[in-house]
Design a protein. Structure first.
Length: 297
């Protein structure tokens, strides 16, 4: 069996996001270059693989991604009746917690409201300002941002509709007056330049590259001393830093933590459905508009 090819096909059929499938396939390819036979693998080979990863000084999130991919791969082998037991959960439970503690020494950068204002002032391009404002005002993940289409923006309701994904419990996010205004300007510009239905477009009018949001942020942040290429995590400004900024500023403004979770679209767990079921979206909107920081004053 061509493990890599068949696994990628399985991921596609199961509806995995294209980026996830590509990442999982890359991790599996790396794994298969180290492991001779994934069917008859033993714990010593898994330890050797982990030791090889540790030499690369990966971040905690990368270890998570690697073993999520391997866990999914071995579940695939069980489904194909090639093995009876997935060795990854037991191995991950024993070894990964220690590795993660070492890798989690770095923390993401959280910038101030003034830094965010400076970043927006630094961005001369309209689409760049609209993209940065969207991340700061909504806390969207990079994938959620990239998946937006022009039709997902409702200026009348001041809402953005998102694709339904496993990690997100709410598929609608709010826009305040500032975000609505710059989004309206961006849509007007986009209408004259777009050759596709995507919200964020390249110079040719098609969808921007998946790495473009990070490049846009890094380019503007570098000029302000808010980003260091290849530096430690706390000295790099990434898309996920904006999710932290969004959460932190709402919390500092005194918003109810449950409302913040609701706005972030965090996955519902345990009894959370009982809490969210009693939240009035319009009341959350009122609190959001009060607490989200103004960035263009």
């Amino acid at each position: 069996m061509d493990y890599l090819k068949e696994f990628a096909i399985d991921c596609d059929i199961r509806g995995f996001h294209k980026h996830t499938t590509t990442t999982y396939a890359s991790h599996l390819k790396d794994f298969l270059e180290i492991i001779d036979d994934p069917i008859s693998i033993d714990q010593s080979e898994l330890r050797a693989h982990l030791a090889a990863l540790q030499k690369r000084n990966y971040k905690a999130s990368t270890y998570n991604s690697y073993y999520a991919a391997l866990n999914t791969f071995y579940d695939f082998l069980i489904f194909e009746k090639l093995i009876r037991k997935n060795p990854i959960p037991e191995f991950r439970k024993r070894y990964l917690s220690h590795v993660m503690k070492i890798s989690q020494g770095e923390k993401r950068q959280i910038i101030s409201v003034q830094d965010m204002k400076d970043l927006l002032h630094q961005a001369n391009d309209l689409q760049e300002r609209a993209l940065i404002t969207t991340l700061a005002k909504t806390g969207l993940r990079r994938g959620e941002l990239l998946d937006l289409q022009a039709k997902d923006i409702d200026l009348d309701k001041q809402e953005i509709r998102l694709k339904d994904k496993a990690k997100r419990s709410r598929t609608v996010v709010f826009m305040d007056e500032e975000l609505s205004k710059i989004m309206e300007e961006h849509l007007s510009w986009r209408e004259c330049n777009a050759q596709s239905h995507w919200l964020w477009i390249s110079s040719r009018g098609g969808r921007i590259h998946k790495d473009d949001p990070g490049r846009i942020i890094a380019k503007n942040a570098l000029a302000l001393g808010l980003h260091q290429h290849g530096g430690p995590l706390e000295q790099r400004l990434t898309c996920h830093c904006f999710r932290h900024f969004f959460t932190t500023e709402l919390f500092r403004a005194g918003m109810d933590p449950q409302y913040i979770k609701w706005l972030r679209g965090d996955s519902l767990q345990k009894e959370a459905w009982q809490i969210y079921n009693h939240i009035d979206p319009e009341h959350v909107r009122e609190e959001y508009e009060k607490c989200i920081p103004k960035l263009f004053l």
